[in-house]
Design a protein around this ligand. Structure first.
Ligand code: PMP
Length: 442
């Protein structure tokens, strides 16, 4: 199914890309896509690849799910846009009502739509500031919240995302974030979480007056940071601090949400209820749509015209999202997500026993990473190893992408509709790639 990647046509297009597009535009692999279906992607040279990246989780339902394609086609026959700032149309209402119902929290909720994850986060923070009449925002080490100036200010990992783009927004305070894999050796896991909770209080004393904090924003499972699940007790601590000081708790579920972890939102695994949730990526099966769902009194705070935009809920994207979320929010889909996750985890754990280069396998449900290290004991990150494995895997027909503060993790994010056969075929490709890279290094 795979000859040469990139093949001749792809090489030609990659050259055109270099000439026509800015050098800084992200490109995780050299694959030039011709078409995609389910968990499979074909490149312009006719190579067939299995997609274990799903565009960082943009396609939990798979590429071009029929229900979404049908919904888009139907909508195309009605209207593509409702005209200037007419944000009253049925699919928008239905989608908002659906999210208001399924997002956890036994209180009235409202939903605002936008186009990207960054925009959802930007809106959530602005609404929290308006509601609380406070300026400060607390975010965390290793976080990723977007590329607009405010959301980039909330984002971590300086060299890759932030270098050269400042000045950054004011009143942003970055706190320590738990990473159980990289805890000091002399702590048990529980002691380390206690330490992180204590550190949170210290950070609060050091950095900012809590009564000036509008929001605390956190990814319940860090995405770009390397799929680091935030411990339940740490999330409970944030909830407690928010309650004590009237701070808005924002859960950024842009990457971890939409059924990826076996629940609709990843924070549901902890039982902690946020005040506002941001969602994007997989809720639209690839169309540009994002959402902020939050407590009605908070969402209602900004004045008329204070939120929205030309594409705040573009009809085509809204119907795609409505069809997607209806399908994701079913027991069958969420069970499949757990099944896919279990199958990957079992294979990865076996690989971790066999290969000295695998330091950690972690994540929740079907949101998993492998962290590559030079030495299991010292845990020294091995970014080059992860890169070499990805290169070999892509050459053998498996699309993978990296993550992590040290960019030494490989993400496992296949569409949940993947078949067991495709899943194991993909896992065989990566297992062989790891073995080959190890052999070459001997
Ligand atoms: N928040 C999180 C947790 C993300 O992972 C991302 C994208 N990687 C964003 C926000 C920004 O989303 P977008 O790229 O759609 O602006």
């Amino acid at each position: 199914k795979v000859s040469e990647i990139p093949g001749p046509k792809s090489k030609e297009m990659l050259a055109r890309r270099a000439a026509a597009l800015p050098a800084g535009l992200g490109k995780s692999t050299e694959v030039v896509v011709e078409k995609a279906e389910g968990a499979l992607v074909w490149d312009v040279d006719g190579n067939q690849l299995i997609d274990f990246a799903g565009g960082i989780g943009m396609v939990n339902l798979g590429h071009r799910p029929q229900v979404v394609v049908d919904a888009i086609k139907d909508q195309m026959d009605k209207y593509l846009h409702t005209g200037a700032l007419v944000t009253t149309f049925e699919p928008y209402l239905e989608f908002a009502e659906l999210l208001n119902k399924i997002i956890p929290g036994d209180f009235p909720k409202k939903t605002l739509l936008a186009c990207s994850g960054s925009e959802a986060v930007e809106n959530a923070v602005q609404i929290a500031r308006y509601y609380t009449k406070r300026p400060a925002v607390i975010c965390f080490e290793g976080a990723y919240h977007g590329r607009t100036l405010l959301t980039l200010s909330l984002t971590s990992k300086y060299a890759l995302f932030k270098k050269g783009f400042g000045s950054y927004a004011q009143d942003i305070y970055r706190f320590h974030s738990p990473n159980v894999y990289r805890k000091p050796d002399n702590f048990t896991e529980e002691e380390y979480i206690d330490f992180c909770i204590e550190r949170f209080d210290q950070n609060l004393i050091s950095h900012v007056d809590p009564s000036s904090v509008a929001a605390i924003i956190i990814e319940p499972v860090q995405g770009e940071g390397g799929f680091i699940p935030v411990p339940k007790r740490f999330l409970e601590k944030i909830r407690k601090v928010c309650d004590e000081h009237g701070i808005v708790f924002i859960a950024d579920e842009v990457q971890a949400g939409a059924g990826r972890t076996g629940k609709f939102l990843s924070i549901e695994h902890s039982g902690v209820i946020p005040d506002m949730v941001t969602m994007a990526k997989s809720i639209g099966s690839g169309l540009p749509i994002s959402a902020v769902t939050g407590r009605a009194e908070m969402m209602d705070a900004p004045h008329l015209g204070g939120v929205g935009g030309t594409y705040s809920g573009s009809p085509i994207a809204v119907v795609a999202a409505l069809a997607t979320v209806k399908q994701i929010n079913t027991p069958e889909f969420l069970e499949k997500s757990v099944h896919v996750g279990d199958a990957i985890r079992t294979r990865l754990n076996t690989m971790a026993d066999k290969f000295s280069c695998i330091g950690d396998v972690r994540g929740i449900g079907a949101m998993l990473v492998v962290e590559f290290v030079k030495d299991k004991k010292t845990k020294e990150p091995d970014m080059d190893f992860a890169m070499a494995v990805i290169k070999k895997s892509v050459a053998n027909g498996l699309i993978l992408i990296r993550a992590g503060l040290y960019t030494n993790c490989i993400r496992f994010l296949p569409p949940i509709v993947i078949t067991d056969e495709q899943l194991h075929e993909g896992l065989d490709v990566i297992e062989n790639a790891i073995q080959e890279v190890l052999n070459e290094r001997k």
